[in-house]
Every structure is written in C-alpha cells, then in structure tokens.
Design a protein around this ligand. Sequence first.
Ligand code: TYD
Length: 245
Amino acid sequence: MSTTEVLPEVDILEGLEPLARKLGNGASKPRGLFITFEGLDGAGKTTQLKLLAARLREQGKPVLETAEPGGTSVGMQIRHILLNAENKELSALTELLLMFACRAQDVEECILPALDQGLIVLCDRFTDSTVAYQGVARGLSIETVRTVDRIACQGLAPHLTLYLDVDVETALERAHHRNREDERPETRIEEQTLEFHTKVRDAYLDLAAMHPERIRLVDALGTREEVAERVWGIVQRAVGALGVR
Ligand code: TYD
C-alpha cells in the first residue's frame, strides 16, 4: 500500500471560520483556498507547485503563487540574510524571527487579500517548515514556533498542505545537484548535516500524523508527471469541496 492510501478522507472545510473572521467579510467562509507545499530541500515542491498552478489556470481558476522565505519584495531582502551561506553567526532565534518576518509580510501584503478575492493561493512552504526546521531540527521547540505564528500569521492556517515525502539521501542529492547547476549562494540551511535533515523529515512525518485533516502525505518518488497526478487527485477533491470559482 502506498503512503498516500493510508490517510483517512476528512473534511477540509474545518478550520475556515477563524480566517473568515479575520477577513471581516461577514461570510461564514472565505472565498479563497490556501494550499501549501512542504518537504525537504530537493523534494520537488517548487516544480510541483508550478505544475499545479498551470493546471488550475488551464481550468480557469484564479491562482496566486508565493514562496517562503521570500514572497514579497521585503521578504526577498530578508531571504538573502537568511540563506546567504556567509552568515554563519546567525542565531537560531534570529533565524526563526526572520522566517516569521517574511511570513508576516507575505500574509498581510499578498495572501489575505488574495484569499479575500476568492483566489487559490499556492504557497511554497509555510509554518510547517518553521516547525520542522527551527522548532524541531534547531531545537527551539514547537511551542515557541506556535507562539510567534499566532502573532505573525494573524490566525491564518492552510486549508490543505501537500507534504512531498522523500528519503533524506535522495532529497539532498537532488538539492546539491541543483545548487551546482545553478551556482546558488543561498545554501546556508541546505548545507546542514544529514542528521539535521533527518530530524526535519521526522518532524514532517509527525506533523502529518498529527494533522491528517489538513496535511496529505504525497509519495514524491517517481517522475514529475507521476507525482503531479498524485497532487492533482488530492487538490481536485479539495477545490470541488470548497466550490472555489
Ligand atoms: P526554499 O526556498 O524552499 O528552498 P529552495 O531554494 O530549495 O526552493 O527554502 C530555503 C531554505 O529555508 C530551506 O533550506 C528550508 C529553510 N526554511 C526554514 O528553515 N524555515 C522556514 O520557515 C522556511 C520557510 C524555510
């Protein structure tokens, strides 16, 4: 049995009310749909997010793509500090707060307005990344991450999260290959040890087990097209359930 088959079918409409209140539009549910992609560096999140965005647009659905750390002009400047391999002295707590500084800007400037307009927002990483990388792998604690999340994200949480699961060795091999090809300098976190990335994966698996109503585990081994089909099957049901235009 594949890992995708063991998760129960659940109601993804759960959890929408706090966001509706935040948007203050008087409706019982916001009109948009907030979908996040999660996974190790090299799991293929960015590729799958782009394939999904294209497919949704082909169907006439309005989509906003965003990514963290980054997402906005301010966020891209913070991203540079966060990922520059030369910033070796950056403390774990500073890292956490900068991740949330990026997110606060993205939530306020892009994500909430887009959801209010009824768009499908696809976000490459969100707070689950911070739980896995800073909360667990850096050891800052999940509670600390949740506390800052409540301030930075204004109560916003994804309706659906696609966690692309791949073994640590495969993920890092793909990430290092891509970094060599692109000559990317933004490798400060990717360059962490195998042990660090193993903790990140274990944290993601724990999160998926803890939140089956929101997080769907997608087997990320296989061709791009095979993984895209798995993602599409899950998202189609979610979009249908919410009746997003
Ligand atoms: P990302 O932009 O997804 O990597 P890529 O450039 O491969 O698409 O993420 C960059 C790094 O930041 C990645 O190693 C994971 C890390 N990260 C955290 O540690 N915490 C966070 O909250 C986020 C959003 C990212």
